[in-house]
Ligand binder design. Structure first.
Ligand code: FMN
Length: 364
């Protein structure tokens, strides 16, 4: 696949046309509405919301209702649902469609124990009949609303049980409109390297669009993964943390074969401050200041004095103080760096990722 053909034709999920083929991965505790919106503004063509549980008793919890908040979000609104029971999953799909979802994504990729112990997320890949039952029930619930259903999965349960191709074929038969594959098994968690041969095999096996995911950290890697897998789109997760303009960087590289300059420091400050304002608006001051710390930390982690700034920032507990500290940090940086210094910062992957994911997935 040439880089021109990657950007030339439109990408569709069912009847929904997307502006491009660069997707933000759903990340519980990260890809809330403000962050999704920022990524879309900076070049992502599509973003899936954080997982919403299929348990009705949790739908009115603060956490779930925040996750279902799509106010002002650029269409299409895609909501991911997770669960173990076909009827409950169908109800969850209908509930989210009522709240504005235009695409329903089934989570068969989450390795969190909290989810897998209840036989959801990637554990479903171990029980293909149940997985298919869930897909069929969700598709049936979405059909009257003309809402496409998509599926996100891993390559399999374990190295010896890589059944992504079989599940992909069955899901396509059942009416799924797009498949995303993270190139790791459930057993791997976030360790080792993502592999792309299984994603290529899935692409060969189905006609619906396939999205390649896992360890895409740079424009070159994006192009290499697209070429290797023949996938219709790529999905970026951890590498977008603190670097949401990566989507624009990738788009530029795919279109021109060249890297664009890093963003101006003053521009990054403006993006971050606007993100913070949106973030405080969703979470309020107490939760907002605390949950914003990780986004600020990711933004500065590889910058000069970033670690020291992060430690200081973690002691601040008001929106005003946090905004002032971010302003001062970037103003000082822009005196010496008109543009953000180029660093080797990749995703916060490997060690500890499973724990981060577990923490984000619990207590819906
Ligand atoms: C903190 C965190 C939370 C995640 N939450 C979800 C989730 O709710 N649903 C899901 O399908 N995948 C989830 N994932 C997996 C990502 O969508 C993605 O598949 C994975 O991070 C690999 O992509 P990457 O290497 O680009 O990060 C999560 C990942 C992280 C790091």
């Amino acid at each position: 696949m040439s880089s021109t053909s990657l950007t030339a034709s439109a990408m569709r999920i069912g009847a929904i046309e997307l502006p491009n083929r660069l997707f933000v991965a759903p990340m519980a505790g990260v890809t809330d509405r403000p962050f999704r919106q920022l990524c879309k503004q900076l070049g992502a063509g599509y973003a899936v919301s954080e997982m919403v549980t299929s348990r009705k008793d949790l739908w009115h919890s603060l956490k779930t209702s925040r996750r279902a908040n799509h106010e002002g979000e650029t269409a299409p609104i895609a909501v991911q649902i997770a669960g173990t029971d076909a009827t409950m999953m169908a109800e969850a799909a209908a509930y989210n469609i009522d709240r504005g979802a235009q695409v329903i994504d089934i989570n068969m990729g989450c390795p969190a124990k909290k989810v897998c112990n209840k036989w959801a997320g990637s554990a479903l890949m171990q029980d293909e009949p149940l997985a298919l039952q869930i897909v069929e029930a969700v598709v049936a619930a979405c059909l009257p609303h003309k809402v496409p259903v998509t599926l996100k999965m891993r390559t399999g349960w374990s190295q010896a049980h890589r059944n992504a191709v079989r599940i992909a074929r069955a899901a396509e038969q059942a009416g799924v409109a797009m498949l995303t594959v993270h190139g790791r098994t459930r057993e791997q968690g976030y360790t080792g390297q993502a592999e792309y041969d299984t994603i290529a095999a899935v692409k060969d096996a189905v006609r619906v669009p396939v999205v390649a995911n896992g360890d895409i950290t740079s424009p070159e890697k994006a192009l290499a993964v697209l070429r290797h897998t023949g996938a219709d789109a790529i999905m970026v997760g951890r590498a977008a943390q603190g670097r949401p303009w990566i989507f624009g960087d990738i788009a530029h590289y795919l279109a021109t074969g060249a890297h664009r300059a890093p963003p101006q420091t003053a521009q990054v400050k403006r993006w971050l401050l606007a993100h913070l304002e949106d973030h405080y608006g969703l979470y309020g001051e107490f939760a907002g200041v605390r949950t914003a710390r990780k986004h600020i930390g990711w933004a500065v982690r590889a910058l000069p004095g970033g670690e020291r700034f992060r430690a200081h920032m973690n002691t601040l507990d008001s929106c005003a103080a946090q905004v002032q500290a971010v302003t001062d940090y970037f103003d000082a940086l822009s005196l010496t760096h008109d543009r953000l210094p180029v660093t080797a910062s990749g995703p916060a992957g490997g060690d500890g990722m499973q724990e981060v994911h577990e923490a984000a997935c619990v207590a819906n």
